[in-house]
Design a protein around this ligand. Structure first.
Ligand code: PLP
Length: 399
């Protein structure tokens, strides 16, 4: 950015050098643009298999009426709220529909944190949007890293009074595991008088028994964020839900935009919560969980795989000294996965979203082939890693 431009001179200084959220989509778009001008990098952009953003493999089919598209939608479309209330077994007064779970996260920070004064607390390695939304708003970030992928309760205890919002991700992204219920309850107690504890349940449909929604009624400092982007296979719809006390929902409603849920979005989302669609969702979850178990045990059998993380979600994280070799082999074959190695504690870790059976078989085939080719060529040329482009694809981000 030209620092003497009118835009740069007027903007909040800290935004000038801020790096926005590096979603899989943004990385891919940047990569495509690069390739058109860069002949040297070869055929890296024939990507067809998307296993880098924890999306569902197949689309649902929904019909739209568009009947009242000339009208503003309701602030919180009744049909949608009722449908989600039935699904999560909470009164509508405890639910706010948002533009994806990400908007819920942002609203919470804007509602509870005074810019340049208050902090949020995160437990890395974790989902990237908590920190990005905080930075955007000017809230500070306190970190209490996970220990063995679980909460460090002593570390959390030391931060009581030093944060307004605590973000827990369960199942964790990119780690994959549910946090122990007792640890979440202990955190709610620790911060009972001083902070709101947000439990991000973006992946909870893959392990519904792990939800803490039953704790809402006796923990006024608990907030849960949910989404239709993962198990409901509606990432493109941008629809999420925040579950909380009526007091908190009322506060968030003052901060959110006046018409946060577009009419067509509400229509499709309500349809996705009907009985039959819920059955389809459960089937999708069962298939996912079978494929995940298969992929995890395949990974565990491979000599190049050091560690497979336990997953309760729709992705698997694993550690390998051959991380770049595997990532590049898959990229060359048009398969995109996510490099998580820049995250705290996740050296040499890659994350694969659970796609279709066919896509995952392709992953195994491509990796197998790459290793057997490398073995049959005793002196693999140590070509210097080309292009900044590759770097870019590997930039940290974790949808
Ligand atoms: C995908 C994801 C989200 C964002 O969900 P959207 O509803 O698509 O905004 C939130 N939290 C975690 C942990 C996620 O992985």
């Amino acid at each position: 950015m030209n620092k003497s431009s009118i835009a740069a001179r007027l903007a909040r200084e800290e935004l000038i050098d801020m790096v926005p959220y590096q979603s899989a989509r943004r990385l891919q778009a940047a990569d495509k643009n690069g390739a058109e001008t860069d002949v040297e990098t070869g055929a890296k952009n024939n990507a067809k298999v998307w296993l880098n953003a924890n999306e569902a493999p197949g689309p649902g089919i929904y019909q739209l009426t568009g009947d009242s598209i000339n009208r503003y939608p309701d602030f919180q479309p009744e049909q949608l709220l009722n449908a989600y209330a039935d699904y999560c077994r909470l009164p509508v007064e405890n639910i706010l529909a948002t533009r994806g779970a990400d908007e819920g996260i942002e609203l919470l920070i804007r509602t509870f944190c005074k810019a340049y004064k208050d902090n949020i607390l995160i437990c890395p390695p974790t989902y990237g949007m908590y920190a990005i939304s905080a930075e955007n708003h000017g809230a500070g970030i306190v970190k209490v890293p996970l220990v063995n992928n679980e909460l460090d309760l002593d570390g959390l205890a030391q931060q009581v009074g030093n944060t307004k919002l605590v973000f827990l991700c369960s199942p964790g992204n990119p780690t994959g595991n549910l946090l122990p219920l007792a640890q979440i309850e202990a955190t709610l107690e620790l911060f009972g008088q001083s902070a709101v504890v947000v439990v991000d349940e973006a992946y909870i449909e893959f392990c519904p028994q792990g939800s803490v929604s039953n704790l809402l009624s006796n923990h006024p400092n608990l907030v849960i964020v949910r989404t239709l982007s993962k198990a409901f296979a509606l990432a493109g719809l941008r629809c999420g839900f925040t579950l909380a006390s009526t007091e908190i929902i009322t506060l968030l409603s003052k901060v959110i935009a006046p018409y946060p849920v577009p009419g067509p979005v509400a229509d499709i989302a309500a349809r996705a919560l009907e009985k039959q669609a819920l059955t389809q969702m459960s089937v999708r979850v069962q298939e996912n969980n079978i494929l995940r178990a298969e992929l995890s045990s395949w990974l565990a059998e491979q000599s190049w795989c050091k560690q497979v993380f336990k997953s309760d979600a729709n992705f698997v994280l694993f550690q390998t000294p051959d991380k770049d070799f595997i990532f590049d082999a898959l990229t060359d074959a048009g398969i995109l996965i996510r490099d998580q190695s820049k995250q705290l504690q996740l050296d040499n870790c890659l994350r694969i979203s659970i796609g279709s059976a066919r896509e995952l078989n392709l992953v195994k085939q491509v990796i197998d082939q790459a290793f057997s080719q490398a073995l049959s060529q005793p002196e693999p040329k140590q070509e210097p890693k080309q292009e900044p482009k590759q770097e870019q694809q590997q930039t940290l981000s974790e949808n």
